[in-house]
Design a protein around this ligand. Structure first.
Ligand code: NAP
Length: 493
């Protein structure tokens, strides 16, 4: 049961979501009887408890995915498509309830939660459309004798591990294409935000997804619980979204079985504003790229490199916009900035801000945490941030915009590429030639050109360097769940 400090509507939303494990089409409590507390980051209060899976539960989830595998991969593509489309319609109809649930467990304002739900749901719609377009190819051998036929087949049982910052979208980006391809799966959401994933499983069940295709386990000790599944020879694919540190460890683990792996890892996105940019448009884009999800996004603009001729103007305008944002519980009207996920996040953000100050940066707005309860940090803009500041090197994951200057294009590109990460970069310029020149030289999987948002269900999301490999979204996202088989045919000659 939900706690009594919540409103009746909040309690009703929490009570409507299963808190159990979803294995083989059944909701069941953890075999050890354990539970995990889910916290409201805006108050620190416990919202509810969810099941804490044991290793036996995790193995049972994989057993269920394996058992459902043959039947599911043999279903008609239209049947898989229809399930995804039905789930899309249900989510669209329940956006308000799902948004409240997400805000309760993750903290972001309701408007942000609604935006995530729309984004997340688009993956179900997009892959509902793609399920019926899985094609191979047919060619005549170059010698003229014999033929080549290729076919695409579902890769098999998958493991998905997702983070807390986008509790639904990081699930649908994997589940949508996997279901469309005919794969079965075990999903483990982050323990801070398991409720949106449990709600998604409930909706997919209602949409007609057969038991065992999707299995969801929640676990306190994620490494211990997932390791036996990664080591299990029946597993065919591991797709992970989370930190580079954990991703690195999972790649090593997956190497034992030479698992097909997708890694959506951390970022350190540069936001470049060239001398010919429209400053107001750049500030609008910066607000989106920085403040979407309170800065707790892998795509968040982590550092602003602005041409020295525009830096003062850009900083002043950005500070005015950031400083005016209302801070509060995400459920309250007008709130634009909710809490960070926990106290550690607040401490880390403040440590990075303090480091920049110690190295000579000046705070134009913010620069401090908000007194509790909850884990709030004021939107912050800093200028004169030196090149060696940790803010420019580490993923901030909070509402902090450090501004650093450059004097020419080569310097801007060198600064942008001076990182082990390579997820996304933002470029503001009115010169088309510069836009292409710079885009081609940036070491990053995605580029936002005169726009502060790249996420799009129909486009390949993913990084280079230590931001990972593999793509989610678009036809590329479907390929992650398909194997190519080639038939050499002695025919036609
Ligand atoms: P995290 O600490 O790496 O955790 C991500 C997931 O991995 C959680 O479900 C976590 O479970 C699980 N996990 C942790 N250790 C594990 C282990 N040893 N074995 C198996 N699973 C393990 O990351 P986070 O703090 O949740 O998320 C923030 C990070 O995600 C940031 O670095 C961000 O950039 C990145 N991210 C990347 C993308 C992208 O598309 N590139 C998108 C969103 C986020 P528990 O937390 O329950 O233990």
């Amino acid at each position: 049961m939900a706690t009594s400090t919540l409103t009746a509507q909040e309690n009703a939303i929490l009570d409507a979501v299963p808190h159990d494990l979803y294995i083989g089409g059944e909701w069941r409590s953890a075999s050890g009887g354990g539970t995990i507390a889910v916290e409201d980051p805006s108050t620190g209060a416990t919202l509810c408890e969810v099941a804490d899976a044991t290793i036996e539960d995790a193995k049972a989830a994989l057993d269920a995915a394996v058992a459902a595998g043959d039947a599911w991969r043999a279903t008609a593509p239209r049947e898989r498509s229809d399930v995804l489309r039905a789930a899309y319609e249900l989510i669209a109809a329940r956006t308000d309830d799902l948004a409240l649930l997400m805000t309760l467990e993750m903290g972001k304002p309701i408007s942000e939660s609604k935006a995530e739900i729309t984004y997340a749901n688009n993956f179900l719609r997009w892959y509902a459309e793609e399920a019926v377009r899985i094609n191979g190819r047919f060619t005549v051998n170059e010698s003229g004798a014999g033929r080549v036929l290729t076919m695409k087949q579902a890769i098999g049982p998958c493991l998905f591990i997702t983070p807390w910052n986008f509790p639904l979208a990081m699930g649908t980006r994997k589940i949508g294409p996997a279901v469309a391809a005919g794969c079965t799966m075990v999903v483990k959401p982050a323990k801070q935000t398991p409720l949106s994933m449990l709600a998604l499983a409930q909706i997919l069940e209602e949409a007609g997804l057969p038991g065992g295709v999707l299995n969801v386990i929640t676990a306190e000790r994620s490494g211990e619980t997932m390791a036996p599944l990664i080591d299990d020879p029946r597993t065919r694919k591991l797709s992970f979204t989370g930190s580079t540190e954990v991703g690195r460890a999972l790649i090593k683990q997956a190497a034992q079985q030479v698992l097909k792996v997708s890694m959506e890892l951390g970022g350190n996105a540069p936001f470049l504003v060239f001398a010919d940019a429209d400053v107001d448009a750049a500030v609008d884009g910066a607000m989106i790229a920085k403040m979407r999800n309170l800065g707790e996004a892998c795509t968040s603009a982590n550092r602003f490199h602005v041409h020295e001729s525009l830096a003062a103007q850009f900083a002043e305008k950005l500070a005015a916009r950031m400083g005016a944002l209302a801070i509060g519980r995400g459920t309250e009207d007008g709130v634009a900035v909710g809490p960070l996920i926990n106290d550690d996040a607040v401490e880390k953000v403040h440590e990075l801000v303090q480091d920049a100050r110690d190295r000579g940066a000046t705070v134009l707005t913010g620069g401090e945490a908000v007194d509790g309860p909850g884990h709030f940090y004021r939107p912050t803009v800093l200028v004169d941030v030196p090149d060696d500041a940790r803010l420019l090197k580490e993923e901030i994951f909070g509402p902090v915009a450090p501004i650093n200057t450059f004097s020419d294009e080569d310097e801007a590109i060198a600064k942008a590429n001076d990182t082990e990460f390579g997820l996304v970069a933002y470029v503001y310029t009115s010169d088309l030639n510069r836009a292409f020149r710079v885009s081609e030289r940036l070491e990053s999987g995605m580029i936002g050109l005169n726009q502060g948002l790249v996420s799009n269900a129909g486009a390949p999301f993913g990084g280079v360097k230590q931001s990972g490999f593999g793509r989610e979204g678009g036809p590329e996202g479907m390929e992650e769940y398909l194997e190519t088989k080639y038939l050499a045919m002695n025919v036609g000659s």
